[in-house]
Each structure stands twice: as structure tokens, then as C-alpha cells.
Design a protein around this ligand. Structure first.
Ligand code: GLA
Length: 373
């Protein structure tokens, strides 16, 4: 299985957009090792759009030699040498979203080129798609072409949730599929893509096929390519916690060479990463909302549950109850609770747990461990 748990890594688009080159990618890969991101599980270093040369050469895609003078295969080798994996980008239409040559009609040759270069991950976009052509068939052609290379290549579909991709993404060989449009560094975007678009999609996420609400904006702080207003620290914490509960791919979008301590603490929260990577692979469902605080919960492989309380209100709120019954636990079952934000032991509870008070857009995530008798 290529993606038994949600893929974790970094992608160039959010911060760098068109300003990518060999040095940015190499120094990012170095920083992933030096900062402990690699040890925490972030493995894929992915180049997004605008790595391509303007024209094919002998029918093959090739790289922009001004940006990548050493070439993509050497860059892939370098990344592999650090124990990381290498991702690249193409598009199911005739051109990429930024107007570079793309893979429609060239699926087999491009898949083989990527395999020859040592690519481990392909993000496959959906701009310039020929009118009348069938999106599902085009995604299936690339899925088939990737398998035929014999190289394990993670296939990330990016058609922004079109044609209810979650219903057929796995059948065309996809390991993750975007469920909505592009994220930007704003709370509105997190609410739209994370809380709203994902709401009823939990039945479709599973090992080897994950719903993808888009890359993380944690740590962008109004910088980079997709910046809008910039989030507060509480908003970044809620964003990360929600993506972890939702078993979403964790693709970092900030500049990991220059992270402040708060950004590091969020992205390296091992308790939340363990929830995201839980082998049961069940995406959290929204259990309901209470005075604009939403409760999201998922079962974990060892019998524990992870529950998040999210304050979507502009004012402090709190004291949101979740009853064992809502979690399908017997109401007399004593459970030990741990706060996954602070690591604090919250003691033993029966029947119900009530969240603390939550600042605007803040969250509390707890792990509920039923005590065996
Ligand atoms: C689309 C995708 C983005 C990014 C850009 C690149 O908008 O959704 O994630 O890949 O294209 O051009």
C-alpha cells in the first residue's frame, strides 16, 4: 500500500508559487531533516507548478534549466539521499494551471519520465481540460500509466472536488483527492474547506484513499503565494487539529527554513500527528454543534477516541459537553482523558466530558481512553 496512512510532507506552492528553484527545494529538504519534521513523519518534498520548461523536447516534458540547472533527477537523488521522498506536479489538461505543457494525451510517456527521474509522488491538476473530454477517464489513464511504470508513485488528484471525486478517486488509482478549491491563509478559507466541505465526506476517506482539503497554511503569517489575511495562532492550531482529526494529508505550505517556535510546536505536535496517522484510518465526523462550537470525533485503532471541540464563534465560548453515548460508549464506562494540545492529563471521567472555555476560533482536542475492567 502506498498510503496506508495520510501522506505527510511539504509542497512549494503556498509560499513560493513561481519563485521555485533548485536551492529552495534543496534547502527545504535540508530543513526538514534539521528541524525534526522528517523524524515526525513528514516525508514528501513536492515541487508544484512552474518547474517545467515551455516546450517538450522529443515529446518529453523537461525542466526549466534556469531554475534547475542541475536537473530534476539529481535533485531527486539529493532528496532520496536525505531519506526523504520526491514529488512533482502535472496536469490532466493540455497545460498546467500556470500555462506550462501538461499531460493530456501524453499520460504514458509522462508517467515513464517521472518514474525515470525517481519521482515518488505526482500531484495531478485539472486546468485546460479539453471540453467534452471525460475527467474521470483522464485521471484513470494517468493512474494506469503510473502503475505500468512499476515504480510506487503516490497519485494525488487535484480536480478541486469536481464530479464528486471522492466517489471515484480510489477507483482510478488515486491515493488522495482534493475536495475543494485552493486554500489561502485566512480563517474563512479554513472554515470553508475544512469544516464545511469535509462535513459529510468522512465515509469516503480510508487507508490508501484520503480526502484532501488542501495544504496547510500553518506558519504562513501573511507571507507567500496564497496569503490573504493571515491567521492567528489559535486559528493555525485549530486548522492543524482539524486536519489531524479528519485524516487529511498533512502537506506543509510554509517556509520550513524559517519557522518561529509556535509554528514548529504546531507542526511537530506528536500526539496530534499520532491521531492523523492512526492505522484505523477513520476520518472524524461532525457530531453536532453547540452555540457555534462544533464537535468532531473519530475512533482510533486501540479503542480510544479523539474528540475535538472547535469554537467557530467570534466570542469566547466553551463548556461544550460530549456524552459517551454520542461516542457509542456505554455511559458508565470510566475513561481517562488527555488534552492533546497541552499533553495534560485531565483525569478520569464517566458519562460525559465538558470542554473548557475556548477563545474565538480556538479548539480543545482530547484523547478519550476507555478503561479496561
Ligand atoms: C491549482 C491547484 C493549486 C496549485 C496551482 C498551480 O490552482 O489547485 O494547488 O497547484 O494550480 O498552478
Amino acid at each position: 500500500m502506498i498510503a496506508p496512512t495520510p501522506p505527510m510532507g511539504w509542497n512549494s506552492w503556498n509560499t513560493f508559487g513561481r519563485e521555485i528553484d533548485e536551492d529552495v527545494i534543496r534547502s527545504t529538504a535540508d530543513a526538514m531533516v534539521a528541524t525534526g519534521l522528517k523524524d515526525a513523519g513528514y516525508r514528501y518534498v513536492c515541487i508544484d507548478d512552474l518547474w517545467e520548461a515551455d516546450e517538450r523536447v522529443d515529446g518529453r516534458l523537461t525542466w526549466d534549466a534556469a531554475k534547475f540547472p542541475g536537473g530534476i533527477p539529481a535533485l531527486a537523488d539529493y532528496i532520496h539521499g536525505l531519506g526523504l521522498k520526491f514529488g512533482i506536479y502535472s496536469c490532466s489538461g493540455t497545460h498546467t494551471c500556470a500555462g506550462k505543457p501538461a499531460s493530456f494525451g501524453y499520460e504514458e510517456i509522462d508517467a515513464q519520465t517521472f518514474a525515470d527521474w525517481g519521482v515518488d509522488f505526482l500531484k495531478y491538476d485539472h486546468c485546460y481540460f479539453p471540453p467534452g473530454a471525460d475527467p474521470r477517464a483522464a485521471y484513470a489513464r494517468m493512474g494506469q500509466a503510473l502503475r505500468m511504470t512499476g515504480r510506487p508513485i503516490l497519485y494525488s488528484l487535484c480536480n478541486w472536488g469536481g464530479n464528486e471525486v471522492w466517489t471515484w478517486g480510489a477507483a482510478v488509482g488515486g491515493h488522495m483527492w482534493r475536495t475543494g478549491g485552493d486554500i489561502n491563509d485566512s480563517w474563512e478559507s479554513i472554515v470553508h474547506l475544512g469544516f464545511r466541505r469535509q462535513k459529510d465526506l468522512h465515509p469516503w476517506g480510508r487507508p490508501n484513499g484520503w480526502n484532501d482539503p488542501d495544504m496547510l497554511v500553518v506558519g504562513m503569517r501573511n507571507r507567500g503565494n496564497v496569503a490573504r489575511e493571515g491567521c492567528s495562532e489559535d486559528e493555525y492550531r485549530s486548522h492543524f487539529a482539524l486536519w489531524c482529526l479528519q485524516a487529511a494529508p498533512l502537506m506543509i505550505g510554509c517556509d520550513v527554513r524559517d519557522m518561529d517556535p509556535a509554528t514548529k510546536a504546531i507542526l511537530l505536535n506528536r500526539d496530534l500527528i499520532a491521531v492523523n496517522q492512526d492505522p484505523l484510518g477513520v476520518q472524524a465526523a461532525c457530531l453536532g454543534s453547540h452555540r457555534r462550537c462544533e464537535v468532531w470525533a473519530r475512533p482510533l485503532a486501540n479503542g480510544d477516541l479523539a474528540v475535538g471541540f472547535f469554537n467557530l464563534h467570534e466570542k469566547p465560548q466553551g463548556n461544550v459537553p460530549v456524552a459517551w453515548e454520542q461516542l457509542h460508549l456505554h455511559d458508565r464506562r470510566p475513561c481517562r482523558l488527555t488534552d492533546l494540545g497541552s499533553g495534560e492529563d485531565l483525569g478520569t471521567h464517566s458519562r460525559v466530558f465538558t470542554s473548557g472555555s475556548l477563545a474565538p476560533h480556538a479548539c480543545q482536542v482530547v484523547r478519550i481512553s476507555p478503561q479496561r475492567t
